[in-house]
Ligand binder design. Sequence first.
Ligand code: DSN
Length: 435
Amino acid sequence: MESPELQLKQMKRDDIIDQLIVEEVRRQSEGLEMIPSENHTSQNVLDALGSRLTDKYSEGYPGMRYYGGCEVVDKVENIARDRAKKLFGCDHANVQPYSGSPGNMAAYYALVDPGDTVMGLHLFFGGHMTHGLKVNFSGTYYRSVQYKTGQDGYLDYDAIQQMATEEKPRLLVAGATAYPRIYDWKRLREIADSVGAWFLADTSHITGLIVGGEHPSPIGIADVVMTTTHKTLRGPRGAILLCNGNPSTPLKKVERTKENLPTLLDRAIIPGLQGGPHNHQTAAIAVALREASQPEFKIYARQIVKNAKKLAEKLLKKDYNLVTGGTDNHLLLIDLTNKGVIGAEAETALGKAGITVNKNAVPFDPRSPFSPSGIRLGTPALTTRGMKEREMEQIAEWIDQAISNHSNDKKLAQIKAEVKELSSKFPLPSNQKNG
Ligand code: DSN
């Protein structure tokens, strides 16, 4: 009788899916991924994610599970939690949220009740759906009021204060998916305190920059920090909830106090919202957290910002209208109105040129959010591949050429060939290991 391992190896593979995976790897390798929320994980992260840990049920927390056979996954989850606490410098980490939206949902569940007023940045001004959009759970089960940026694209803290004073939210949410500047966490804390609100910081986009010392950390300022793990942090898809407070006692219902935040968050995840944790994902998060604690990660984070600034400088010279006039982080938000193209046209043209971006609303966009005026560009994935300022200069040229020739398929195909040549010199991390 052959071993189970051998039997599995001999099973007929799913050719269709295998082929599509190969196609996607080729698409990523031969092109430039410039969606700012995307990145390329290491082979070690991929290996953990594709491991047998996915087979295991383990509802509960290490030492308190509803299933037998959890002695190994307990160790995995403890390592992930300890690495998160150490890396971010806080008392408590919950590594079980399946992704960012469930992570935010758990924070709401822990901190506020249905019908309470919550206040976050509007989606059309860079916020996320879970920050109070009317069609999302956060705008349906809660009384959501939403702040905007100023006309200049910067957060207007005086206006946020005024809205908070008038609306008296029980939860203030800060963080964004399309904000190119630094957050003033202390000012946001003051605003929350002035009305007795909880403060949730969603740092998903910038967590890698925070770890790398390129953006101030809200740990110890916000009550709860929620971050996805797959953006600048460069881990697998997933999320982490971070807070200070007393050690969690998830079996006991507790009062809503700052000291009880660890228990409130743990109980919000399970039994509140989720079932079994994704142990393969937890292991891959642990691997990514270790990678993020290495000295090279700081160099990577620094280079992300340098690359974004170089891209901004070059595009500004070509008369591109950057929201806020530039960037302090990993992303650029561009209003294309003066270029006579809309976001969708630019996204399609750049796609044909091998450069993947996404159309995006810009502040006070006169167009619909389904067909907005702008695009969003980011440098994390390119930086992971080893690209630096020199490559950014070339990429800015290609972006300009593709947008200027958005209906010229021949020109776009020519740029795509050039992009492919550059890309071949900067393989994806997994390819580097696999030779
Ligand atoms: N979908 C993510 C982004 O692209 O920014 C936010 O969750």
